[in-house]
Design a protein around this ligand. Structure first.
Ligand code: DC
Length: 214
């Protein structure tokens, strides 16, 4: 079958494994991949670097509207500070609106696309062929993020990482516009007890079935 317009939407809270699964299935099926969190991180960092408050719509909306490739390639997007700023700009409806068309165009590109984020299955691509909601329990997610940060030389404590993750998830899930939640028709994938290979294999099996290959 033709894979033109085949979209895989992967949502879930922070550090649940969305990024790893998305990259792996994109590679396996030859689909393009868009990490939509990177876009919000780029907007957040742009606002911070302008010396403004990421929660201020008057600063964040123009930043979202003028986002460049250079902003998306900024080397500081994976830091906890960038994550916090991303979550703040992401609560502003004007920011989300400015980024919507780019994400939708990406999702419908010929050859198939995987997008991961918080609202892909609910708002960006409600008609996606496959929707996954990837979760893991709070402790497991905090431990994964803490290990990731430590490997990069970040010395913050496990407790601090867990607190920041919980704070960000609460903000992402409670905002009025496009909150983090599973789409009604999403398949739930809990990665608490799964290693990377097993989680990727489950996701790939769901995609294969929808492609008529399973
Ligand atoms: O996936 P991530 O941790 O890189 O995302 C950073 C923040 O961006 C996240 O806390 C909320 C926001 N975000 C969003 O609101 N919608 C998306 N589709 C992706 C990310």
């Amino acid at each position: 079958m033709s894979e033109a317009g085949f979209t895989v939407a992967i949502d879930g809270p922070a550090a649940a494994g969305k990024g790893t699964i998305s990259r792996a299935v994109a590679r396996a099926f030859g689909f393009a991949h868009l990490d939509t969190g990177q876009i919000y991180r780029a907007v957040g960092v742009k606002v911070l670097e302008a010396g403004a408050d990421p929660a201020d719509p008057e600063a964040a909306e123009p930043a979202a509207m003028s986002l460049s490739d250079a902003d998306l390639a900024h080397p500081g997007l994976r830091t906890p500070k960038a994550a916090d700023a991303a979550s703040k700009v992401a609560a502003i409806p004007g920011v989300r609106a400015a980024l919507l068309e780019f994400q939708r165009d990406f999702a419908r590109r010929p050859g198939g696309a995987v997008l991961d984020g918080r609202d892909i299955g609910t708002v960006v691509c409600p008609d996606a062929e496959v929707k996954l909601y990837v979760t893991a329990d709070d402790e497991t997610r905090a431990e994964r993020r803490w290990k990731e940060l430590h490997a990069k030389g970040d010395v913050r404590s496990f407790k601090e990482v867990a607190f920041q993750l919980a704070e960000r998830d609460a903000r992402d899930a409670s905002r009025a516009d496009a909150p983090l939640k599973p789409a009604a028709d999403a398949v739930l994938l809990d990665t608490t007890e799964l290693d990377i290979d097993a989680a990727v294999a489950e996701a790939a099996a769901i995609i294969k079935k929808r492609l008529g290959q399973g």
